[in-house]
Design a protein around this ligand. Structure first.
Ligand code: HMG
Ligand code: MG
Length: 307
């Protein structure tokens, strides 16, 4: 089992999509530049959804061309349909994430389709992305629980993931959209995915930290062999169609756990803290994450670092 972990940063997309404060394009560009400077190499930059659904990310067409392109940095964008794919292509994207869920009730509220309809809508999108040689991810939201229908059978989440793998995605990411999951569920879900012949290398997790279980869930994922986790610098995030969803796991908290546990990931904690303070300042509020408040810890001296 490799000790290398991929940190997939969702701050610019999930982190900002639910914010009331309008965020200028220049601020978004600078936030992403600071994330790159911190060593993040997969940064979900924006989404190409209806600007009526998510006004905060309506500037994706202008944002993507502003990002400095480095072969080592991937900027996936969220795409719900062919219209979004055309916009992503025009803006110069080369990686995408489609998104559906384990439950029809959430999918209908989020993207106006049943799960089956969403898979049908993704088919031409993923075919086109494959033609273009793009990296392709798919989210299965509400994999741990749904704000409209309650508990979710892990086999239901896995059956949606299997169909997405059949549509040719490189990675499936199970989302705890409203932050209700616990470590035992992570173990069961990962086991069910592997049993359904989804290689563990193609599984990722996306935890919202609504109830403080996100970091424990990451540890359960690590123990089960998963090596890709989503997080949001500054711990921002939420979905307007998921009542009760709070911020994502903070990247600074994830980096602290991985560093202290001896995993390699290439991300610098002080750089993340710098980007976290920058975005918290732009949003006009204090940095709420645990490591954002306490700083990291230098085991050689016992002192806090990056405060
Ligand atoms: P709809 O109303 O059902 O479909 O929306 P429509 O095809 O009738 O389109 C309605 C209007 O949107 C039309 O414009 C379309 O042209 C336009 P109008 O005629 O009214 O002027 N439109 C678009 N405009 C720009 N880009 C597009 C696009 N598509 C249609 N791509 C739709 C369906 C999917 C568009 C809408 O429901 C939508 O945009 N939903 C997005 C919801 C969203 O972004 N949610 C947050 C992301 S998911 C999430 O956060 C979870 C995740 O983090 C994982 C986890 O936490 O579990 C990923
Ligand atoms: Mg999310």
């Amino acid at each position: 089992m490799t000790d290398r972990v991929r940190i997939y940063e969702v701050g610019p997309r999930d982190g900002l999509q639910n914010e009331a404060t309008p965020i200028p394009l220049d601020t978004k560009v600078e936030f992403i530049e600071r994330l790159v400077h911190a060593g993040l190499r997969e940064i979900e930059a924006t989404s190409f959804v209806s600007p009526k659904a998510i006004p905060q990310l309506g500037d994706g067409d202008d944002l993507l061309p502003r990002l400095s392109r480095d072969a080592e940095v991937r900027y996936p964008v969220l795409v719900p349909n062919e219209r979004g794919m055309a916009r992503a292509e025009a803006a110069g994207a080369d990686a995408l994430a489609v998104f559906t869920a384990a439950t029809d009730a959430f999918t209908e509220r989020n993207i106006g389709m049943s799960v089956d309809e969403s898979l049908a809508a993704f088919k031409p999108v993923l075919r086109r992305a494959e033609e273009l040689g793009w990296w392709r991810r798919a989210y299965v939201s509400t994999a741990f629980g749904c704000p409209y229908t309650g508990a979710v059978d892990p086999h239901r989440a896995v059956s949606v993931a299997v169909r997405l793998v059949e549509l040719g995605v490189d990675e499936v990411c199970f989302g705890d959209t409203i932050g209700v999951g616990v470590p035992a569920q992570v173990a069961v879900l990962t086991g069910a995915a592997v049993q359904a012949r989804i290689p563990v290398e193609r599984v990722a997790f996306h935890f919202h930290d609504t109830r403080g279980t996100a970091l424990a869930n990451v540890q359960a994922g690590l123990d089960a062999g998963v090596r890709c986790f989503d997080s949001s610098t500054g711990g921002t995030g939420g979905c307007p169609y998921a009542p009760g969803a709070a911020g994502n796991l903070a990247t600074e908290d994830l980096v602290y756990l991985l560093d202290a546990s001896g995993y390699e990931h290439g991300v610098d904690l002080e750089g993340v803290l710098d980007a976290a303070r920058f975005i918290a300042g732009a949003l006009g509020r204090p940095l709420a994450s645990k490591v954002g408040q306490a700083g990291g810890w230098d085991a050689a001296t016992g002192a806090a670092i990056g405060r």
